[in-house]
Ligand binder design. Structure first.
Ligand SMILES: Cc1cc2nc3c(=O)[nH]c(=O)nc-3n(C[C@H](O)[C@H](O)[C@H](O)COP(=O)(O)O)c2cc1C
Length: 221
């Protein structure tokens, strides 16, 4: 039995009275999850919608609490870190993480960045040792798979695309995923939402097919 952590990040929902307002990235992630469930119905799925329920931003007190040894943490500091503890425990449990994200201002939504800031934490998800030279950080977890599903209004963000250099979404999340213990990274992108033309419709259709195909492939990993 596997544990799947499903994180959605768009500010949009998927049950709007006007379907055109629905989140594309969330609906493609839903295709992945439905396909996964068909083959792994007994698996545990943990769900977070950080677009709908954003994690707190970290603060000076939060950082101080992180750097206070566990045996010296005050009750207030423990309370301040409790959301981070919960979110980290969800990542620890996960064999596979399915993360969907809109592109906002060429990067991830602030709510998803807030999630990463709560989760990537010294002594919990990474260790730090200057004896390692120029790369003192090392992930504590390992062996996880991340499936990133994105939607953007413009297009050409992939390798060799006309906006490759403007893409701070997938590359940023792939860099951060190392500190979640991710060793296998998959990405599915829907593009052209702002053009609302056949290229958009094809892109969304292909992304749903890719999500279904990848879920089938990974269902028995
Ligand atoms: C605040 C905001 C910022 C956006 N910034 C970009 C952007 O930088 N580049 C882009 O291609 N599309 C951008 N878009 C368009 C979204 O990426 C697009 O609507 C996408 O489908 C949103 O994901 P969703 O359908 O899952 O909600 C932006 C949309 C919003 C609301």
């Amino acid at each position: 039995m596997k544990t799947l952590l499903h994180i959605d990040a768009s500010a949009r929902k998927t049950d709007n009275p006007v379907p055109a307002y629905n989140s594309i990235s969330k609906s493609i992630a839903a295709t992945f999850i439905e396909t996964w469930r068909t083959f792994n119905n007994e698996d545990k799925i943990i769900y977070r919608d950080v677009g709908d329920n954003p994690p707190d931003f970290i603060s000076q007190d939060w950082i101080a609490a992180v750097f206070t040894p566990d045996n010296a943490k005050t009750d207030n500091q423990k309370a301040l870190l409790s959301l981070s503890d919960t979110l980290i425990s969800e990542v620890e449990q996960a064999d596979i993480i399915v993360m969907s994200s809109s592109m906002y201002n060429y990067g991830m939504p602030a709510t998803l960045k807030a999630w990463f800031d709560q989760v990537i934490r010294i002594h919990k998800t990474f260790s730090f040792d200057l004896a390692r030279g120029d790369f003192p950080l090392e992930p504590i977890m390992s062996g996880k798979i991340l499936v990133l599903i994105t939607s953007s209004g413009e297009f050409g963000f992939g390798i060799g695309g006309i906006r490759e250099k403007m893409n701070h979404l997938g590359p940023h999340i792939q860099t951060l995923s190392h500190y979640l213990g991710v060793e296998t990274f998959h990405e599915i992108n829907a593009e052209y939402q702002e053009f609302n033309d056949d290229r958009h419709r094809d892109s969304v259709t292909n992304a749903h097919k890719a999500a279904e195909g990848l879920a089938l492939k990974l269902a028995n990993f």
